[in-house]
Design a protein around this ligand. Sequence first.
Ligand code: 8YV
Length: 315
Amino acid sequence: MPKPEILQVGPYPEWDQVPLDNAYTMHKLFNVAAPTSFLIEHGRAIRGIATRGELGADREMIEACPNLEIIAVYGVGFDAVDLDACRERSVRVTNTPDVLTRDVADLGVAMMLCQARGMIGAEAWVRSGDWARKGLYPLKQRVHEAKAGVLGLGRIGREVARRLAGFDMEVAYSDLAPKDCTPGWTYVADPIDLARHSDYLFVTLAASEETRNFVGREVIEAVGPEGMVINISRASNIDEAALLDALESGVLGSAALDVFEGEPDLNPRFLKLDNVLLQPHHASGTVETRKAMGKLVRDNIAAHFAGRPLLTPVL
Ligand code: 8YV
């Protein structure tokens, strides 16, 4: 039996690449100089696409593979996969929920602490000799007993909220409706009210076309000059131009961001700001979690080609 042919959109760690290369004919699109002509030549043979959360698979790619059966996403977010194109062709889609939830929440909270306490600047203060030369480092912002808002109480939002409660913060959240949750977490229906109420606003919305720019100018301004916005979801959930304007003018105090429009080439305006903490879309980036994500991608693909039920289907 010939091995199924799979289009691989981005690189994976070796511990996933080796078993994938053994089980399938992997076409590594990221190593191809002319992807369009490559797809014209090989598209008909492709039965699966293995991609990453931020890379997805657009309509053009899906249409270039008329015999496509499955798209396996290495990531919980599938907003970059054209689900309509998949539905039209009965293409199955899987993602990697749950295994990354706690790492993403950990990084979100770490980003808040790092930014609030000015840890990056404090490190530079030590290394540059400013500590010895100038003395005490400027005082920073307290986290415990502050008000935290969680926008989107899904899997990741819940884990963020649990951690924030552990830091003795007051927790409020916004979602489409009140959720069954830990007593003491306050539901605030209107995101602008939530932002107004929050010293630290976490964006943990599952991204889709409906959530594009959900955190707009009004929400950002409501967080205010003393407040912080933390984004560990997708850049598209925030109006990035409004965020930059607010950070530059001081209308918003600070931000801690793991995701950017057009990443990894982020808007250079971010690089000039010292009130923003920048991370390279790394919230799920631990060895343990990435191994679990890779295994789930491989297990879903294997289940599909063996005719077994998918482990974590989206479609
Ligand atoms: C990954 C992600 O960083 O889960 C997601 O949706 O975007 C991330 O966990 C990414 O898919 C790895 O490339």
